[in-house]
Design a protein around this ligand. Structure first.
Ligand code: GTP
Ligand code: SPV
Ligand code: MN
Length: 601
């Protein structure tokens, strides 16, 4: 076990590892080989220390409980550090690289005392494939190592691909909780104060520095930090796209394959849609990815997408055999659960799952919990499961194809109780970019400290864009120019409309297949649509609603354009776009002017 550091030929990498070790002063350095033996050994140690609880009901699976202050991404502590502030843009936190590095170096000094520093060689995308990017994460968290084993491709083969001078993205992470000699560790070490946490990106040098958090995207640096923030900046420079999108294959009863990529904000339904079980007879979904898509022009000018990840880091609450059976089957074994509740017989439990709460649980904070005396949910709303994508029963046979799949349909969306119809088709690429750019969503528990209410979240990328958002939107227009007639068709969806009693109007989940089917029929030219001020809406008779209990009134509510509500929203969209200043794309301005004129016709 462990990779022999002496076998590493990459001198620059070894130099960087030694420099970090000098600064952070770990007790030991361990090079990860990515083996099962390594995973099992680390997990055994964490079980022995009390950090992890084995689950009798799920083979090779464990539960972790985080510190109550460390439960999700921290957007207000996330930085895009470019030489010029305008290159980070109005939607990102910014600090000058020198200043940010100086502040963080103070914190990094001696931060790994009493701990082991793990060197994790990982690949985003299949190892050795031309589209893959290699990262090296240095971390003092064994929890991070085990999660990275599942979420990325970790191992000796990555070091082999790097050779003596291959390119990699350095990712430095620490929980920021050094131990004095003899000091007992806590079960979830992290920085004591949220103001000491930093999730920093230096896109001009492809560098990531993270300090103080052990949770999700703050700590598993291949995911949001590398595959979205750093990759989006690389993609802009190199003419491709790194997007917060699921990828799925939809197969029609005739066997025709359609590929869909969809951008919904965090906790707004990507994992669910990605592995949906269709309720329309004969239609089938295969999952390619549930969170991130890297998309490039293919040899024939088409848009091709790959999933750079190897696992799912999914929202647990709400997941059930009714809502997402394929996710439930993916987490039967070999899974890591974080901040779920624990049952007396050694299983995990969360709100809106398959079973009612039993009389006794241990909640995510480790306290006794019962439905009678409860003061708060037993599972944290951002409780998560980590599971290998290969365990998903409907994983697409081509999910690891380095050539990716050709995207036919791009979807945007968000969580909106009012105003936004069930589905709208863009009338052009430019209009579709406007739809994506103006997307708004009610905030969720996936990030700490967000105000409740609707926020603008262009392409679900507001927390993940590694450069100026105005330039990012322009990049979408530019990609449309390159794609020309090969451009995928674009749609906007909203599964989350509520009625006066606060109940979801649309059944959602598997029944979203009915909307996907309509999209395929649209792109085949099989069905007409109603042209409205905001785009094409379905004729209700063209939606396959067989066997569904929705009333005509409800469908009408889901499919009408509320012009007054839209008009009321325009000032807010304008205010948001105006922040782009001299980076405000002219084509975007033209689209909002067109919508404004349409709405007052
Ligand atoms: P991240 O991993 O944070 O990026 O989230 P995600 O976009 O993958 O969201 P996910 O699919 O995990 O869904 C988040 C929550 O939304 C869960 O509680 C789901 O049960 C709920 N949800 C997903 N799809 C639907 C739907 O069609 N209708 C309704 N009402 N809820 C949904
Ligand atoms: C998200 O918040 O969009 C996630 C979870 O996918 S995390 O990896 O923590 O960012
Ligand atoms: Mn996500």
């Amino acid at each position: 076990m462990a990779l022999d550091a002496n076998s590493v030929k990459h001198d620059q990498l070894k130099k960087w590892v030694n420099e970090v070790a000098e600064m952070c002063q770990p007790d030991a350095i361990y090079w990860c080989d990515g083996s099962k033996e390594e995973y099992d050994t680390l997990m055994k140690e964490m079980i022995a220390s009390g950090a992890a609880t084995p689950l009798a009901k799920r083979p090779n699976s464990v539960l972790f409980r985080s510190h109550p202050s460390d439960v999700a991404r921290v957007e207000n502590r996330t930085y895009i550090s470019t030489t010029k502030q305008e290159d980070a843009g109005p939607t990102n936190n910014w600090m000058a690289p020198d200043e940010l590095k100086a502040a963080m170096k103070k914190l990094y000094k001696g931060c790994m005392k009493g701990r082991t520093m793990y060197v994790i060689p990982f690949s985003m995308g299949p190892v050795g494939s031309p589209i893959a990017k290699i990262g090296i994460e240095l971390t003092d968290s064994a929890y991070v190592v085990c999660n990275m084993h599942i979420m990325t491709r970790v191992g000796t083969s990555v070091i082999d691909v790097l050779g003596a001078d291959g390119e990699y993205i350095p990712c430095l992470h620490t929980v920021g909780s050094p131990l004095e000699p003899g000091q007992a560790d806590s079960t979830w070490p992290c920085a004591a104060s949220i103001d000491d946490k930093y999730i920093s990106h230096f896109p001009e040098e492809n560098l990531i520095w993270s300090y103080g958090s052990g949770y999700g995207g703050n700590a598993l640096l291949g995911k949001k930090c590398l595959a979205l923030r750093i990759a989006s900046a690389m993609a802009k420079r190199e003419g491709w796209m790194a997007e917060h999108m699921l990828i799925l294959r939809l197969i029609s009863p005739e066997g025709k394959k359609y590929h869909i990529a969809a951008a919904f904000p965090s906790a707004c339904g990507k994992t669910n849609l990605a592995m949906l079980e269709s309720t329309v007879e004969g239609w089938k979904v295969e999952c390619i990815g549930d969170d991130i898509a890297w998309m490039k022009l293919g040899p024939n000018g088409e848009l091709r997408a790959i999933n750079p990840e190897a696992g799912f880091f999914g929202v647990a609450p709400g997941t059930s055999y009714k809502s997402n059976p394929m996710a439930m089957d993916s987490i039967r074994e070999n899974a890591i659960f974080t901040n779920c509740a624990l049952t007396d017989d050694g299983n995990i439990w969360w709100e809106d799952g398959d079973t009612k709460a039993p009389a006794h649980l241990v909640d995510w904070k480790g306290n006794d919990w019962s439905p009678e005396t409860k003061e708060a949910p037993a599972a944290h709303p951002n409780a998560r499961f980590t599971a290998p994508a290969s365990q998903c029963p409907v994983i697409c046979p081509d999910w690891e194809d380095p050539n990716g799949v050709e995207i036919d349909i791009l979807l945007f969306g968000g969580r909106r109780t009012t105003t936004i119809p069930l589905v709208t088709q863009a009338v052009s690429w430019e209009h579709g970019v406007f739809m994506g750019a103006s997307a708004g969503s009610e905030t969720t528990a996936a990030a700490i400290g967000l105000k409740a209410g609707v926020r603008r979240d262009p392409f679900a990328m507001i927390p993940f864009c590694g450069y100026n958002m105005g330039d990012y939107i322009q990049h979408w227009f530019d990609m449309g120019d390159k794609l020309g007639s090969k451009a995928p068709k674009m749609f906007y969806v909203n599964w989350f409309r509520k009625d006066a009693n606060g109940k979801f109007i649309w059944p959602g989940f598997g029944d979203n297949s009915r909307v996907l089917k309509w999209m395929c029929e649209r792109i085949e030219g099989k069905v007409d649509a109603v042209e409205t001020a905001i785009g094409f809406l379905p004729k209700v008779e063209d939606l396959d609603l067989s066997g569904l209990k929705v009333t005509d009134e409800q469908m009408k509510e889901l499919l009408t354009v509320d012009a007054e509500a839209w008009k009321a929203e325009l000032p807010e969209i304008n205010e948001f776009f105006n922040k782009f200043g001299d980076r405000y794309p002219a084509k975007l301005k033209k689209e909002i002017e067109r919508l404004t004129a349409n709405l007052s016709k």
